[in-house]
Design a protein around this ligand. Structure first.
Ligand SMILES: Cc1cc2nc3c(=O)[nH]c(=O)nc-3n(C[C@H](O)[C@H](O)[C@H](O)COP(=O)(O)OP(=O)(O)OC[C@H]3O[C@@H](n4cnc5c(N)ncnc54)[C@H](O)[C@@H]3O)c2cc1C
Length: 502
């Protein structure tokens, strides 16, 4: 019976893959005239646009304000107590439904072999018990039912009339879901549906991916996340990670690819103004036919405000003005003189969060460089994340102290460790996916000719998120330009954008 259902569901979902476009078969691939493009921002979205354009013969200049590429997947070095160490922006999970990004990594960058699978998706609870999800049924719909054995809901939940709204998860539809749920917060929805504690916790792990507190988080965005990661494919909650520092496994392959295709990479090059000219754009003293803005939300607003030639485009400006930042978040990496004795823990664990510690990464188990450090020094390399800091944790000292306190709460056997090195980041540069923002979110194209937006914050017509959204938006921007130039688009795909009960 289950196998029959599985087959039916897979068929209904078109094998869990839908094409986003149909590239013209008889159109040329390569540009036969000279065209130039400026890409502003060297995160995944900018890298995607730059690499895709350059491969087709565009003359591309990539402006990045930092001295490294990758943005939030960047990596840089620092010195501590006479040692040179490498640190990243933070742990990143490459989910298996990131089809476009992973295809590019496999087919073009050649860094797919650096991806290694996580053993389990584990949540640590206050009472030190843990919940793994690796044995969940992989089929959408059946996976929800199998959550019953993990205590996420029970038969009473199914009988409770307040639970009827949960069906909306299986009835996901990009347009309808936003219309109905974008004005409601996750906190409000959880209260009115009397959401069981474990189910709430499960949703919270999704809300954290949006760097948002439950009372601000749009329920529609959360439903999209749940659909994208869990209810539209058989890949489930398991994912892969890069097995070494991002500078080796991520930045270098992009840089090699772009250098091969003659991208001019300008690091330490902040773009503070864009001048629209009759035939293109003047950026940092150079003229371009096309411009792709791939900065984060925090930096796109001052850039547009400081560009008088773009002010006449009122719809575009109105949408940019309405963008906001998420809550503050913190990432603390520590190098210690000892590590956990619990050998069956996966290298990334969610917690049920006391006040601020959302996740713990055991880098010494995951990344070759950290494993080597651990072997040499007999210690561990841990990373502690808080995805949405409460208001009262407002200084570096308070945040660090609270993260460490909660770390010891979940791993009491480590409470006497000594921190040998540490690196702390306290930021607020992720886009807000708060209640009511979706309708006015800017899209890749606008009324401004030859200017495109790319980034994980840009509204798209398909269901995607985070790194996959960043990559796909850059690739769609490149496709738009290919179409203008009469070239064939690159094929892109997506998970189905409608739920099982649609
Ligand atoms: C702590 C943390 C953990 C995360 N974990 C995950 C995860 O597990 N899985 C996942 O899929 N996603 C995760 N994400 C989200 C993921 O990192 C982002 O979705 C993705 O990297 C965004 O890429 P982007 O190109 O849109 O933006 P960014 O990476 O923010 O890139 C924007 C770039 O523009 C540059 N820039 C800004 N202004 C200017 C300017 N004026 N001139 C020139 N350059 C400029 C910036 O320096 C930056 O390099 C995480 C994010 C964080 C912060």
């Amino acid at each position: 019976m289950k196998n029959w259902l599985r087959k039916k569901i897979r068929k209904k979902f078109n094998n869990y893959l839908v094409p986003l476009n149909i590239p013209g078969k008889n159109l040329p691939e390569k540009l036969s005239v000279k065209r130039s493009a400026a890409v502003v921002g060297g995160g995944i979205a900018g890298l995607s646009a730059a690499a895709n354009l350059a491969e087709r013969g565009f003359s591309v200049t990539l402006f990045e304000k930092e001295n490294f590429l990758g943005g939030k997947v960047g990596s840089w070095n620092f010195e501590s107590n006479g040692e040179k160490l490498q640190v990243e922006h933070g742990f990143h999970a490459f989910f298996r439904q990131y089809h476009n990004l992973r295809n590019f990594m496999k087919d073009k960058l050649g860094n797919f072999q650096h991806l290694i699978p996580i053993d389990d998706y584990v949540v640590l609870f206050e009472n030190k018990t843990r919940q793994g999800f690796k044995n969940l049924d992989p089929t959408p719909g059946l996976n929800v039912l199998s959550m019953r054995k993990f205590g996420v809901f029970n038969y009473l939940t199914l009988m409770n009339p307040f639970s009827i709204p949960f069906l909306a998860l299986l009835r996901f539809d990009l347009q309808k879901t936003y219309r109905k749920y974008d004005k409601e917060s996750f906190e409000h929805y959880a209260k009115r549906t009397m959401m069981p504690k474990r189910m709430k916790l499960m949703f919270n792990t999704f809300a954290r991916a949006f760097f948002s507190e439950p009372h601000k988080m749009s329920m529609a965005e959360l439903m999209k996340g749940f659909h994208f990661y869990f209810l539209s494919n058989e890949d489930g909650l398991l994912y892969d990670v890069l097995n070494d520092d991002f500078s080796i496994t991520f930045e270098k392959p992009w840089r090699d690819f772009m250098e091969k295709h003659a991208v001019e990479i300008k690091l330490n090059s902040s773009v503070n103004k864009i001048d629209k000219k009759p035939d293109g754009y003047l950026i940092n003293g150079k003229e371009f036919d096309y411009c792709i803005l791939a900065t984060d939300v925090k930096h796109v607003k001052p850039l547009i405000e400081n560009s008088p030639s773009l002010q006449q485009y009122s719809d575009f400006n109105k949408k940019i003005e309405k963008l906001g930042n998420s809550d503050r978040y913190a990432v603390l990496r520590i190098w210690t003189d000892t590590f956990e004795k619990d050998t069956d823990l996966p290298f990334f664990i969610f917690t049920d969060r006391q006040e601020c510690l959302d996740s713990i990464t055991l880098y010494h188990k995951m990344e070759k460089t950290s494993t080597a450090w651990s072997k040499q020094h007999g210690g561990g390399v841990f990373e502690l994340h808080c995805y949405a800091l409460p208001d009262h944790l407002d200084t570096e000292e308070k945040i660090k102290a609270q993260l460490i306190k909660e770390f010891f709460y979940y791993m009491p056997e480590l409470k006497d460790l000594t921190i040998v090195h540490s690196y702390f980041q306290h930021k607020q540069d992720f886009a807000a996916f708060h209640v009511g923002l979706h309708a006015n979110r800017p899209t890749i194209t606008s009324e401004i000719p030859n200017l495109y937006l790319a980034g994980d914050w840009v509204k798209m017509e398909n269901c995607t998120m985070l790194m996959e959204a960043a990559y796909t938006s850059g690739a769609i921007a490149a496709n738009e330009i290919f179409t203008k130039e009469g070239l064939a688009e690159n094929a892109l795909v997506s998970v189905p954008s409608k739920g099982l009960l649609r």
